[in-house]
Design a protein around this ligand. Sequence first.
Ligand code: C5P
Length: 184
Amino acid sequence: GPTREPIDPVRYLSNHSSGKQGHAIAAAARSAGADVTLVSGPVAIPDPEGVRVVHVETAQQMLKEVQAALPADVFISTAAVADWAVAAPASSKTKKTRGAPPPVLKLVENPDILATISKLSFNRPPLVVGFAAETDDVIDHGREKLARKGCDLIVANDVSPAAGVMGGDANQVHIVSADGVESW
Ligand code: C5P
């Protein structure tokens, strides 16, 4: 399994994600006949059946496990990876001391897993799919992200509160490629 760095099990920084979208895509790829490895962050839903599942807790671990799953025909980067990590994680619970000032957290940038895999010169999957969660100018931001990250498709979601997508079971997406946009 993945290497586990000792981290404070009580206090941590995370991007919230239900994991529903990534797990559903893994299950759908399996149903379509693919041999699937799902690298999943901490979620409260069961592992999909018929899929190899690797559970990770940090962006570093996720990158390492994605690299370990190569070569692959397709890489689909659904994870809501946090952009920053705590520079010096505590190895046990960070205690509160009466009268002491609140701790100051120093952050470091996490690896961009999608960009790293898209830009591989060896073993780059022939199809790399990224996601974009946007609240406005959804398609323009999708195009910009496609170019910047170097992937082949961007699945752009409107996550503005009015769309009601976050944590829900239904979604509307725009699939952005070099050739144009398809809305599903
Ligand atoms: O930059 P942004 O987070 O908006 O881009 C979203 C896309 O990039 C998603 O496909 C997500 O899985 C991927 N990503 C990543 N590593 C990061 C941040 C985002 O793979 N550190």
